[in-house]
Write a protein that binds this ligand. Structure first.
Ligand code: SAM
Length: 285
């Protein structure tokens, strides 16, 4: 078994097996020990933890997870990775690999079938960048009891998840993530931490999931429809953006009256509203 915590071993393993990364699966293999350690630290894993890993690849992060967690369930889409993973995990017996597309896997059912229903889990991953947002939203919305989600993502996406109102990065993703979790970037990662090098900078971000959302709202779905409409036309005033989404059935006057009752200007843009203000607006409308 190659100890992949050492970057040289990973590089050698990739060479020996003639592995060429598949672009269509967003394969960028981690070759940076310090970054690996930052993911493990951010995920704060102990032997009592069940960890879900998405996209284990050849098993670099998986080895580290198997060392510190009680149990690791890893979902990998690429069939060609499975024998390589098994080779690299030969010293461990606390893991399971599911060869499937994570977006098609019913994660709640996976936990239930293994007697882990309701058991808090932690998620750790170096995510494939082409589907980062759908995976994050799946994890947050799927109803799995995730305690925390520690992932490597494109730096720009990490910035959006952590962004506050009034900044250019603030948008629907920021609000969706912050409804479910407290987001904190713990490391910035340059392209040369991977083989092949991605064309963008990356970051490790931890989402510490709330047991209850930080704001109360009567109809979450309605609030997120407002948020989506607000940021679909972020240059427009909020009242115009909401009026223009015919599925909401709102007039500009109605939105302006609701904003007024919240003490907000009639010409305010959506990017100025906090999560709590979107929740209040949704309740009024
Ligand atoms: N964990 C490895 C590492 O850190 O070196 C590989 C990370 S690589 C950025 C992303 C991994 O996700 C690849 O192994 C890729 O095959 C896998 N992947 C891509 N799309 C996936 C999907 N829809 N479901 C599950 N795994 C996926």
């Amino acid at each position: 078994m190659h100890d992949l915590i050492e970057a040289q071993n990973t590089i050698q393993f990739l060479k020996e097996h003639g592995i060429s990364a598949k672009k269509r699966y967003g394969q960028n293999f981690l070759i940076d020990r310090r970054v690996l350690e930052r993911i493990i630290e951010g995920a704060d894993i102990s032997e009592n933890d069940v960890v879900l890993e998405i996209g284990p690849g050849i098993g670099t992060l998986t080895q580290a997870l198997c060392k510190s967690a009680g149990r690791v369930i890893a979902v990998e889409i690429d069939r060609d990775m499975i024998p390589l993973l098994e080779e690299n995990l030969a010293d461990f017996d606390n893991y399971e690999i599911i060869n499937d597309d994570v977006l098609r896997v019913d994660l709640e059912a996976v936990l239930k079938e293994r007697g882990l229903e309701g058991r808090p889990i932690k998620v750790a991953a170096n995510l494939p960048y082409y589907i980062t947002t759908p995976i994050i939203m799946q994890l947050l919305e799927s109803g799995i009891p995730a305690k925390s989600i520690t992932v490597m993502v494109q730096k720009e996406v990490a910035d959006r998840m952590q962004a506050l109102p009034g900044t250019s990065d603030y948008g629907a993703l920021s609000l969706a993530v912050q409804f479910y979790a407290e987001a904190k970037i713990t490391a910035k990662v340059p392209p040369n931490s991977f083989i092949p090098r991605p064309g963008v900078d990356s970051a490790v971000i931890t989402l510490n999931c709330y047991s209850e959302p930080p704001v109360s709202v009567k109809d979450e779905k309605h609030m997120f429809r407002l948020i989506k409409a607000a940021f679909a036309q972020r240059r427009k005033t909020l009242a115009n953006a909401l009026k223009n989404d015919s599925s909401l059935g709102l007039t500009r006057e109605k939105v302006e009256a609701a904003l007024d009752s919240l003490g907000l200007a009639a010409d305010i843009r959506g990017e100025r509203l906090s999560l709590a203000q979107f929740a209040q607006l949704s309740d009024i409308l």
